[in-house]
Every structure is written in C-alpha cells, then in structure tokens.
Design a protein around this ligand. Structure first.
Ligand code: DAH
Length: 376
C-alpha cells in the first residue's frame, strides 16, 4: 500500500471519528489516538526517519499536512462541542426573570399589633419631647407600692391581684410589677441616686418628661384580662406643671393615636394612692356600628387613669413638693390596640396563631412615624 493510500485512509477514518465525537472527552480520545505519542498520525511521522532523503522530501509535507489538517479539524469540532454544551446549559438553566419574587422572611413576617401600637405610642410622645424610661419586670414591693404611697396593708395592694415572689437574700420583698407606675419612682430617684444601670434613659433631674411602656402582671384572666399585659406610664415633673397641660398632652396623644382630627375627653374623679387629685378619663366615641369610632358619637369609653403626683410620692423620691409638682397617667396598651384595630378578644394576642398575625399584624419595615403616617 502506498503512503498516499495510508494518508487518504487515515484522513477518512479520523475525520469520520472527529465528526462522530459527541462530547469533549470523546474528541480528546480521538486526538490521543491520532496525535498522541502512540497515535496513528504520529506513527506515520516516525516513518520519515528511516526514509531515503528523496522520498522524505515529498512524504514530509504530505504527512505533516495530514497532521495539521487533523489537528485543525479537532480544534474546530472542539469549539462546536463547547458551544453546543453552553447552549444546552443555558437552555437548562434558563431563568424567567418575569416570574414573581419568592417571599423572603422579611416580607413574610409580621409585627405583632402590640409591638406596632407600642411603637406608635413612642413615636407620638417622642415627637412631643418625651424620653423613654424603663424599669424591671421583677420589682421590689417598695417601688411597686410603698414609694407610690400605698400604705402597708392598704386594700389597694390587694386590688392589684399581685404575683408575689420569694424575697431576695437580704429580705427585700419582690413582686411582678402590677403596673408601670414604679418607673415614675425610678425616673424621679435618678435625680438623687443611681438605680441599677441600664434601666433608665430618662431625665436626670426635673424637668422630667418620660413615658414608660412595659409589661405588667396581675393574677387575672378573661376575655379582657391576661396575666401579662402592657401599660404605658407618663410622667411630667416641673416647677409649674398643671392639669391644663395634662389635658392637652392627653388630647394631643389621643388625636394622633386614633388618627382623628379631634377628641372629646371627660374627666371623672377617682382614686389612686399616688395622685391627688386622681381622675379617670373617658373618650367620646360611637359604638352604634360594628366598630368603635373615636372622636364622634354619644358614648364614653374609659381609657386611662391620671392625676397630679401626690406630694408623698415626690417626697419619697427626694423632691420637695413645695418646689416641684407634676402629673402622671397610665393606660393599657393592649386595650388601645384592641380599640384602634378592632380586635375584641385579648387572649388572641397571646395565642401565636399565624393566621391571626397574618391578618392583624404589620409589615416589618413599616415603622410608625408621625410624618409617614402611624398605621399606613
Ligand atoms: N397605675 C394605675 C393602674 O395600673 C394607672 C395609673 C393611674 C397610672 C393614675 C398613673 C396615674 O400614673 O396617675 O391602675
């Protein structure tokens, strides 16, 4: 068989194998079989060495021509196969960017109505210049009752359905705080002494303008009471604070909170040991429909307790009642939330039922602000 025939046969065989390779691995096998150390084309090239110089002159270019041709064909086929592989991958991994985005936890999660109302209340009072004060949930009997002018054995201590705790090692009587009023004491005492660090961010000495939202506890449970509930306390102490200011603050707060242009308040005389005079405040409302409407109608709804801080309370906090006076109020956050958002069973607040939260909860990034709208 002549060299020409060998070359022609190899060309046909190899171009056929190259065209038949369906992936890069297959193509590489063809390359090794032709151009590798022991490949068919390499073997042909090796014959050049033993040829007569005359024959080599024509055989050299012919065999090298075959080698270049095959190597170019392999490169071209390789490029085709890579292109086809990429096309297949692009087709398989195709993304439809017009499909709706899958909800992330931040868009799925909901803020509990209590947290929302808590934030709304802080937004409104912060805007009026109030600072936020805090106190511990486990409170001493002194802060919760004695300093607030509840005499020992006074029936008001029982009225609070207190959860009593084991006394501390030094005999300090402890309770779960029954109201946020002890934060009044902590805020005022800060003028004279430093209570446990971290609890207070309020004023250091009068004028004091704080609100104290927080958890409170009483041994009570029905449709409108839960053993743990939430209150917000307000306290203003200055040299000339008076009931007119108290009334203004409460009206402004209730208008902003219920997002209505006006409210009408009714002050009824009441009794709290820590205020004198003490009052309960009703807000005018309309209860004829399914929802309670604040700011209109002919009904009244009790909404908070308030009064002028009792001189004994000021004295207990080292403030001279002849120099300072002030007013305070306390209201239930849960009740405010129920009224504003039309939820009628308080116990649902604590059921952790996702369907309820999906319905009544708020979007995570909708922070209530006065300029952006409280509940929008
Ligand atoms: N601490 C009272 C309660 O829980 C509410 C209250 C009434 C707070 C009058 C006050 C106030 O600051 O002045 O029933």
């Amino acid at each position: 068989m002549s060299l020409q025939d060998d070359i022609a046969r190899l060309r046909t065989e190899l171009t056929g194998a190259i065209a038949a390779a369906t992936d890069e691995a297959g193509l590489d096998a063809v390359r090794v079989a032709a151009l590798g150390k022991k490949g068919s084309v390499s073997a042909l090239l090796a014959t050049l060495g033993s040829m007569a110089p005359e024959d080599r002159k024509t055989a050299g270019p012919a065999i090298n021509g075959l080698k270049n041709e095959i190597s170019a064909a392999i490169d071209a086929r390789g490029a085709d196969l890579r292109g086809a592989a990429l096309d297949a991958r692009l087709a398989a991994e195709r993304l439809d960017v017009t499909l709706p985005v899958k909800a992330a936890p931040t868009t799925e999660g909901r803020i509990h109505p209590i947290s929302q109302v808590w934030d709304e209340i802080t937004a409104i009072f912060s805007d009026m210049g109030f600072k936020i004060a805090e106190g511990p949930d486990i409170e001493t009997d002194w802060y919760n009752f004695t300093a607030l002018n509840f005499p020992e054995g006074h029936p008001a201590r029982e009225m609070h359905d207190t959860f009593f705790l084991q006394p501390g090692p030094d005999g300090t009587k402890k309770v779960l705080r029954t109201h946020t009023s002890p934060v009044q004491i902590r805020s005022m005492l800060r003028a004279n002494e430093k209570p446990a660090a971290g609890y207070l961010t309020g004023a250091v000495e009068p004028p004091i303008r704080i609100i104290a939202p927080g958890r409170t506890y009483r041994h009570d449970s029905d449709q409108t009471h839960t053993p743990m509930f939430h209150q917000v306390e307000g306290l203003v102490i200055d040299k000339e604070s008076h009931i007119g200011q108290l009334r203004w603050v409460l009206e402004e707060f209730l208008k902003a909170f219920f997002e209505v242009p006006g409210v009408t308040l009714r002050f009824r005389p009441s009794f709290f040991p820590f205020t004198e005079p003490s009052m309960e405040v009703d807000v005018q409302c309309d209860r004829s429909g399914a929802e309670v409407k604040i700011g209109e109608g002919s009904d009244w709804l009790e909404i908070l307790g308030c009064g002028m801080v009792h001189p004994n309370v000021l004295r207990n906090c080292g403030l001279d009642p002849d120099v300072y006076q002030g007013f305070a109020w306390g209201m239930g956050i849960d009740r405010l939330a129920m009224l504003k958002y039309g939820m009628n069973d308080l116990r649902a607040f604590f059921d952790a039922d996702k369907r309820w939260l999906d319905h009544y909860g708020f979007k995570a990034f909708d922070m209530p602000t006065l300029f952006g709208g409280l509940s929008s």
